[in-house]
Design a protein around this ligand. Structure first.
Ligand code: AMP
Length: 428
């Protein structure tokens, strides 16, 4: 499909500037999320999601939702694979808008979960890059296959614009060796690429940069703990714009308690269950990634549901919340020790941006460390960047909505323009 702007058609998006718009794609195992982003102004021009890809057996249909100019269109159709999912999405752009030819697409950005030690910044995709991402599948068997598939079909269907891969691991590629090295036999580690990579890097980098801009400070002068609390959750310690530690590891399983993932456990739990519960590797993988975390403890993984259960007196829900907060507090304390001085704690993502109980509980009892949350500021109206700590604390506690698609779009522009990959991500 051609998406080169047609000269004779007036271009309503010329206001987006020389870089036009960027189509950001996030391919999951059974979903394709997309957003058309203005990398200059930062707004989402249109967005959508194709769900239940490949799950059309047994009468269940795929679902496509497309939002443009305040109108939401929802369709149920058969979506056998990612190619069909993207074809459907492109069809909705034509039918409902905005027409991609009018939107002046500058690049297509692909969110890729694992870049291993190979990729430390965004990269313009060619056949060699696809092969290298594919070669990383052993490190991310749950994520990279869908990412590769998404890139392959998008390059076929949108063959006249550059495609850029933006890696969740890239921001953390500069972690110091003492933070990324696991204390295991060094030959085994080297042979099998076993080390901490870290994930959600695009979000951690964006939020750390945004904190500085909101405060009118230089990112080089700030020590920030970023708490990305979504369905997946991770913490990072960022000193002067550079990460010095992060909670996710070889895979996104390590660290904080998450919606469905256990986060940190004694690795011997795996041996114990394999020996005594007869669980195989795949079953253990599913247990720890899909059936653990808040879901495993409380039966729900959405924090709005969790709150409802707590309010009804459900003791499993109350314990799940306590375990979640206990783990978060440990990471805040550990990262405070690593940073030496904490200027800002920034909450972001679905839980971090919305759950006032989580934010209050994490900071409760930390006044001695100069950390506190002001109840009114915490629960007050507002959805943008804001400070929720009282005036007397040495550490600012902030809520910073993450904008991963925008950050990806800006990294795409930089990669295509051949600029330094990390320069402008923190600038908007
Ligand atoms: P994310 O992965 O960043 O999209 O976050 C999704 C999660 O955010 C959901 O599973 C909920 O647990 C949580 N969430 C979203 N909205 C709210 C809300 N208004 N209050 C509490 N938690 C929320």
């Amino acid at each position: 499909m051609s998406i080169v702007p047609e000269a004779e058609r007036p271009n309503p998006y010329s206001a987006y500037g020389a870089h036009g718009s960027v189509l950001v794609l996030n391919s999951g195992s059974s979903s394709l999320k997309y957003q058309l982003v203005n990398p200059v102004g930062g707004e989402a021009i249109a967005a959508g999601i194709v769900e239940r890809i490949g799950e059309t057996s047994g009468g269940s249909q795929g679902i496509v939702t497309h939002t443009f100019a305040g109108n939401r269109t929802r369709r149920e159709v058969e979506v056998p694979d990612h190619g069909e999912a993207l074809r459907l999405a492109l069809g909705l752009f034509e039918e409902i808008g905005p027409r991609l030819a009018d939107a002046g697409i500058y690049a297509v950005g692909h969110r890729v979960v694992h870049g291993g030690s190979e990729f430390s910044g965004p990269v313009v995709v060619d056949d060699d890059v696809v092969a290298r991402i594919d070669a990383l599948v052993p490190l991310a068997p749950l994520h990279n296959p869908a990412n590769v598939q998404g890139i392959r079909v998008a390059r076929e269907l949108l063959d006249d614009v550059p495609h850029v891969a933006v890696f969740d691991t890239a921001f953390f590629s500069s972690l110091p060796a003492e933070a990324y090295t696991y204390a295991i036999d060094r030959q085994v580690a080297a042979e099998h690429d076993v080390r901490r990579y870290g994930f959600h890097g695009t979000s951690h980098q964006y939020v750390a940069g945004k904190v500085a801009r909101v405060l009118g400070r230089r990112v080089q002068d700030l020590n920030t703990i970023v708490l990305h609390l979504g369905n997946g959750a991770s913490a990072s310690a960022v000193s002067g714009g550079v990460p010095i530690d992060t909670s996710m590891g070889l895979t996104p399983l390590e660290g904080l308690v998450m919606g469905t993932r256990s986060g940190d456990i004694d690795p011997a739990v795996v041996f114990h269950l394999a020996r005594n519960a007869g669980m195989g590797i795949d079953e253990l993988d599913r247990l720890l990634n899909k059936r653990s975390g808040v879901l495993g403890m409380a039966g729900v993984n959405d924090f709005r549901e969790l709150r409802r259960l707590i309010d009804e007196g459900d003791e499993h829900a109350a314990l799940a919340f306590d375990v979640y907060i206990h783990r978060l507090k440990k990471y805040v304390g550990a990262y405070a020790a690593l940073l030496g001085r904490v200027d800002v704690i920034a909450f972001t993502a679905g839980v971090g941006e919305n759950d006032t109980f989580v934010r209050a509980a994490v900071c409760e009892g930390l006044a001695g460390m100069g950390i506190a949350v002001d109840p009114e500021r915490n629960t007050g109206a507002g959805s943008g960047e804001r400070i929720i700590s009282p005036d007397w604390t040495s550490t600012l506690v902030m809520v910073i909505p993450t904008q991963e698609e925008l950050a990806i779009a800006r990294q795409c522009v930089e990669a295509v323009d051949g600029q330094h990959p990390t320069a402008a991500v923190t600038s908007g």
